[in-house]
Design a binder for this molecule. Structure first.
Ligand code: MRU
Length: 357
């Protein structure tokens, strides 16, 4: 079968277990390039520059990055190891602030090290490798379950809108918001998908469109500001997006432009679904107001992708990478443990208290 972008792992450890291998997403769709990263600053930079991006994929990359850091710590003394390992995890954690999967994966790696400490540093390193692999495998299983739950809300022929890229390139496989689309495609649902281009970094136009077209879906690209007009035409049955952090009350941070999509969906009576692995739910963040929103360089708005700068010199630029959609605008949050409905404070607390099946 012909290879497509979906044939490659978004994030992997190389065969020797010595390097993180990622697809350089900043080059897509015009160039397919894989990067082999071994040094911590390279991994930090790859996350910061969105060479690897999307909340679950960042978590998996950080877990492998933490393992590679552990592998390079040369001591048999656990306390010395633990100090250096924490420093490495804190460093990776500083690469991007909004997606909680990053700190979630690193905290999980630190807990795994601690749990194994009585067996010595070599055993801790082996355990960290197993833990990073488990995080990746669980992400695949989780996305598949989100896909099944999401598909249960849809009918053949539905028109869908998605924003940014919550696809395979943002996860280990299937994606979150795209998982119902892939499963539906396999089962003959013939969805029509509208992809927001997603200014300023164009994850929709460059990544989601590539992915979905590779799988044979019917895809139409629109600029972010066109979504309401597409809804008014009656072409949209549901909105599916991913997210970077869900607060305990159901407020959800996702790529900038998600909030206007949710407001437009409410206006037109269209269900607005957030797809979120439970690793994206942060019980320590009480409301959306407590979520740190990443602000990125002005050049992403004024000149990136253009042949020459397309903004008046010296204009002030505000470039937040995410916005927060109020829980009240979200019809349901689709997780691997089930579909959550309002009141989210209760349904989230219940599901987060349950063991994963
Ligand atoms: O800045 P990005 O490209 O990392 O933002 C990604 C998103 O906003 C995704 O929708 C989110 O991480 C969910 S990915 C399954």
């Amino acid at each position: 079968m012909e290879k497509t972008i979906l044939s490659y792992d978004t994030v992997a450890l190389d065969e020797a277990g010595a390097a993180l291998v990622i697809i350089d997403q900043t080059k897509l769709p015009n160039e397919f390039a894989q990067l082999r990263l071994t040094e911590q600053p390279e991994i930090w930079d790859a996350i910061y520059r969105l060479k690897v991006r999307g909340a679950p994929a960042i978590g998996v990359a950080a877990a492998y990055g933490a393992y590679l850091a552990a592998r390079a710590i040369d001591t048999d003394d656990y306390e010395t190891f633990a100090g250096a390992f924490k420093k490495a995890c804190d460093y990776l954690n500083s690469s991007r602030p909004t997606a909680v999967n990053l700190s979630w994966a690193l905290a999980r790696m630190m807990r795994a090290a601690e749990a194994e400490k009585s067996h010595g540093v070599a055993a801790v390193k082996a355990r960290l490798l197993a833990e990073a692999r488990a995080i990746q495998q669980e992400d695949i299983d989780t996305c598949r379950k989100i896909g099944e739950y999401g598909l249960s809300l849809l009918s053949p022929g539905d028109g869908l809108i998605t924003h940014c890229n919550a696809g395979q390139l943002a996860t280990s496989r299937y994606g979150t918001a795209t998982a119902p689309m892939y499963l539906g495609q396999e089962r003959g649902y013939r969805f029509r998908v509208f992809c927001d281009e997603t200014r300023p970094l164009l994850q929709g136009a460059r990544l989601t469109v590539s992915e979905l077209m590779s799988a044979g879906l019917d895809v139409t690209l629109i600029c972010d500001g066109m979504a309401a007009s597409v809804m008014r035409k009656g072409w949209v049955s549901a909105v599916f997006t991913g997210c970077d952090r869900v607060a305990a009350n159901g407020d959800a941070a996702n790529k900038i432009g998600t909030l206007p999509l949710a407001i437009a969906a409410r206006h037109f009576g269209i269900p607005f679904y957030i797809c979120a692995p439970t690793s994206t739910i942060d019980m320590a963040t009480l409301t959306g107001a407590d979520i740190e929103i990443e602000e990125r360089p002005a050049e992403e708005v004024t000149e990136m992708w253009y042949e020459k700068r397309m903004a008046v010199p010296d204009v002030k630029v505000f470039n937040p990478a995410f916005d927060v959609t109020d829980a009240g605008l979200i019809t349901a949050i689709i997780t691997e443990r089930g579909i959550l409905r309002p009141p989210y404070t209760e349904t989230i607390a219940t599901i987060m208290g349950k063991e994963q099946d």
